[in-house]
Write a new protein. Structure first.
Length: 274
């Protein structure tokens, strides 16, 4: 769901991360694992921005907090949840402590793993139990009880592989269109995608929404924004150059897209890099 959390408020605390790679059988569908533990002396709020992927959180102990939709006024408590394909930022946070594992999912991988039409998760945060039933509690119990992050990651490999093998298979034309779009960071005409996939525009849009979670046009804008945000966060290029590299008409166009997807300006994102 995010290029990275944008700082908002909350005192600095202690944060520990452990990163893991999914098993070869899952790669391309599951992008990465991260175990985390954070303790702060005060509540924390962050703005999470779109990144062209889905996020699965399996939390241990104290609940996480997130907006169920971008328009929700308040944050809701979640233990384990899925954040669908977003095209707007949402707020997340905790009251001083959080621990769990984050799984970054490719949209088509999430379609197989979760077994629900992807558009039902678009711009939503949904409790994992509402998607996979009692298995959510079993996953949480087994993962929390594991002795270390490497053991948890291996357990995730087994759980997710079993789930993916039993789930729906994405349509070949959507696999082709999504891979092409992702490789181009969104800079590809939708008509070209449909022609390359051997299907009509209307068919592509309907299947893409069902299996990725949004329309091809919106997905392309999200991927282009995500690339621009990554480049700005590195701090080496000014916004005008990032706009040119990413194919925006001009810096004003880049700024409008950042207002839509990040609720801030490119210049602010670049300052964070320093």
């Amino acid at each position: 769901m995010r290029v990275g959390p944008q700082p908002m408020d909350g005192a600095a605390g202690v944060r520990a991360w452990a990163d893991g790679r999914p098993a070869p059988a899952l790669r391309g569908r599951v992008l990465a694992y991260s175990g985390y533990r954070e303790t702060t002396p005060a509540p924390v709020r962050r703005r999470e921005t779109p990144a062209g992927e889905l996020i699965l959180i399996i939390g241990f102990g104290d609940p996480h907090q997130a907006q169920a939709t971008p328009d929700a006024g308040d944050l809701s408590p979640f233990t384990s949840f899925v954040a669908g394909f977003h095209d707007r930022p949402i707020l997340t946070g905790h009251d001083g402590r959080q621990c769990g594992v984050q799984i970054r999912l490719d949209p088509l991988g999430a379609f197989s793993l979760l077994g629900v039409p992807a558009h039902e998760l678009g711009n939503r945060v949904v409790a994992l139990a509402d998607l996979i039933g009692p298995a959510a509690g079993r996953w949480t119990e087994r993962l929390e009880g594991a002795g270390s992050w490497p053991v948890r990651f291996r357990l995730l490999d087994a759980l997710l592989t079993e789930r993916a093998e039993a789930g729906p298979v994405p349509s070949p034309e959507i696999v082709s269109a999504w891979r092409t779009m992702r490789a181009a960071h969104g800079a590809v005409p939708i008509g070209e995608l449909a022609a390359a996939a051997g299907c009509g525009h209307r068919h592509l849009v309907a299947r893409f929404r069902q299996q990725v979670g949004t329309t091809p046009k919106t997905a392309a804008r999200v991927l282009r924004y995500a690339r621009a945000a990554r480049l700005l966060a590195r701090g080496s290029l000014p916004p005008a150059e990032v706009a040119a590299v990413c194919g925006y008409a001009d810096q004003a166009h880049l700024t409008r897209e950042f207002t839509r997807f990040a609720a801030t300006t490119p210049a602010v994102v670049r300052r964070w890099a320093g």
